[in-house]
Ligand binder design. Structure first.
Ligand code: MN
Length: 251
């Protein structure tokens, strides 16, 4: 019952999200200003995040040996579920209009509580993380995304090296990102804790295409202190079709 309720909520949210209220938020960032009206509607749906946890599209064990089943289960059902629950407490306490996407809250996060910042960021980051991983991963991106990576970083190999460096050198807990910046260029960076590049308080800003969780809870059961090995394994499970879809929607 809970699942079908969430699916209905998500459906009605996505229907709402193609309306002007969402356009305000995303057009305000300049991200969608060059799109046609039809393309805008699609782009908004692709880039909009709801306030409830989306069911995983694969089994907890599906990403093995790169991410083990127990890590996935605890990560999804405890950590990520906790952020979603606490976010929903916070939106009730702070009168957030949930007809607008979570992205609107994040873009104005300086006006909300620390609870909203930590849990709104945590929920967004994990929803993206599950979406851009797959057991049926291609080795590398194709088409426009591949060309944009080559243009921005020199080559796919150079991109991988720069992303790995961002993930490895983020001190303590946080996330590494590939984003589309305000000038439509691809950029790599990282953020601390559950912050992300959509937040107005972030030093590193853009529309996230790809995010890697480098909190110890994301890898410690299998990799212990070897964060570098977890980062290397990530390249085997990226859903490049989804990343490319987000890239197209961001341009
Ligand atoms: Mn996490």
């Amino acid at each position: 019952m809970k699942l079908s309720h969430e699916l209905i909520s998500r459906r009605s949210f996505l229907a709402t999200s193609s309306k002007a209220s969402l356009a305000m938020g995303l057009v305000g960032t300049g991200v969608l200003s060059a799109c046609s009206n039809d393309a805008k509607g699609d782009a908004q749906s692709i880039l909009a995040t709801s306030f409830t946890q989306t069911p995983l599209s694969f089994d907890f064990s599906a990403l093995e040996p790169h991410i083990d089943a127990m890590t996935m289960e605890i990560h999804f059902t405890k950590h990520a579920a906790g952020y979603a629950k606490n976010l929903n407490d916070a939106i009730g306490e702070e009168n957030v209009d949930t007809n607008k996407p979570l992205e609107d809250v994040l873009a104005n996060i300086s006006q909300y509580s620390t609870k909203m910042r930590n849990n709104g960021g945590g929920h967004y980051n994990h929803e993206l993380f599950w979406q851009i991983m797959t057991p049926d991963a291609a080795e590398r991106p194709e088409g426009d995304l591949s060309a944009a990576i080559d243009e921005s970083f020199g080559s796919f190999e150079a991109f991988v090296q720069e992303f790995e460096k961002a993930a490895a050198t983020r001190f303590g807990s946080g996330w590494a990102w590939l984003v589309v910046g305000s000038d439509n260029k691809l950029m790599i960076g990282s953020t601390p804790n559950q912050d992300n590049p959509l937040m107005d308080i972030s030093d590193f800003k853009g529309t996230p295409l790809l995010g890697l969780d480098v909190w110890e809870h994301a890898y410690y059961l299998n990799y212990q202190n070897r964060r570098a090995d977890y980062i290397s394994a990530f390249w085997n499970i990226i859903n490049w079709n989804k990343v490319a879809e987000r890239f197209s929607a961001s341009m």
